[in-house]
Design a binder for this molecule. Structure first.
Ligand code: ATR
Length: 339
């Protein structure tokens, strides 16, 4: 749905401007408004993208509000990626498989849900020059983000995936959801601490080749930047490439150790960028070029730095709206903020 015919006026916005936005709670530090408005500007699309902090219990109202206002689409983030599915006219097969929707696109019968984290991760791997086809991959973490990552690895033809998680039952449940759909790949599970089948023994059992590691837990995220889910040097010795879905800090302890052991490394900013690019492509039926992606990525790096909380300081907020809950009128939490 391109909307290039009615150009924005000098303020950047006119009555033909279409709305898009992010639905989440919280959304204060999101880079998505920067990302989407950058792309809209580059491709001459008359749309504006805002962050909407949707309080608990208000998600259905938010989706209905979008419909009423003919909003072109939304991104959906934590904690609504599963819950939003019940308010949609349709959900595509990949999003159904992953069990999470992060993109809504307006169609004549309502919003349809997609998952762009999965192709976004795949494109970020390509961008980083990490090829998982026929390779052995160790994934650390089995939470929400791990679903899209595992699906992408399997789609790309990873041969063996060893899924390590603090809670092994969760790793096993995740593996089980995908095993029958990808019979050519083997998905093994194990723990992080060696109490169950674990690394590096399990890695050696499966293959003595070098491995690619994907870090999908929240461990090492700012401000706890000196933590890593795996400390053991023998683990890092086995890697020739490592990807961390965290992008703040730019280099987690996990990536630092992997790099110091000679692996090619990439952080998660590319994944964030490509999931946003894919959403923009879905809304506007176009393909974003590599040159624009390069330019966008450097802008995003700066944006993340600006939004990072410094000691004693507050992050700069951009385009963030808070949907109010009238029941909390006297709690001091219902102040409407347009920043
Ligand atoms: P997300 O949506 O970002 O994936 P999540 O669903 O809460 O977030 O999942 C967080 C992941 O980080 C999980 O794999 C979690 O392990 P558990 O399944 O055992 O909870 C992992 N994780 C969080 N804190 C951890 C820690 N201190 N050590 C190891 N793993 C941790």
């Amino acid at each position: 749905m391109q909307n290039t015919d009615s150009k924005k006026d000098s303020s950047g916005i006119n009555t033909a401007t279409r709305l898009a936005g992010l639905l989440g709670h919280p959304v204060g530090h999101s880079v998505s408004p920067y990302l989407q408005n950058f792309l809209a500007e580059k491709y001459g699309i008359n749309m504006v993208y805002l962050g909407f902090d949707i309080e608990e219990g208000k998600l259905e109202d938010a989706v209905k509000g979008g419909l009423a206002m003919n909003a072109i689409g939304f991104n959906v983030t934590v904690p609504y990626k599963k819950d939003v599915m019940e308010y949609l006219a349709g959900v595509d097969a990949i999003a159904e498989k992953i069990g999470a929707v992060n993109t809504l696109k307006l169609e004549p019968d309502g919003y349809h849900g997609y998952n762009t984290d999965m192709p976004g991760f795949g494109r970020a791997l390509d961008y980083a020059g990490i090829d998982v086809k026929d390779r052995c991959v160790v994934m650390i973490g089995a939470g929400g983000a791990a679903n899209a990552v595992l699906c992408s690895l399997l789609e790309k033809g990873a041969k063996n995936v060893l899924l390590l998680n603090r809670t092994v039952e969760k790793a096993e449940a995740l593996a089980e959801r995908f095993r029958s759909d990808y019979p050519d790949s083997r998905i093994y599970t194990g723990s992080l601490d060696g109490t169950e089948k674990s690394y590096p023994g399990a890695m050696d059992d499966i293959s003595k080749d070098k491995w690619i590691a994907i870090q999908c837990t929240s461990v090492g995220m700012s401000p706890k930047t000196d933590e890593t889910p795996i400390n053991d040097d023998s683990f890092y010795d086995r890697l020739d490439a490592a990807f961390d879905i965290i992008f703040n800090p730019e280099e987690t302890m996990f990536l630092k150790k992997a790099r110091e052991h000679g692996a090619k490394v990439s952080n998660g900013l590319g994944m964030l960028m490509f999931q946003g690019i894919r959403s923009f492509e879905i809304w506007n039926s176009l393909d974003v070029s590599d040159d624009i992606a390069d330019e966008l990525l450097s802008g995003m790096r700066e944006e993340v730095k600006k939004n990072t909380v410094k000691k004693g300081g507050k992050p700069k907020r951009k385009f963030s709206f808070i949907v109010n809950d009238p029941k909390k009128k006297h709690s001091g939490k219902n102040t409407q903020k347009y920043t």
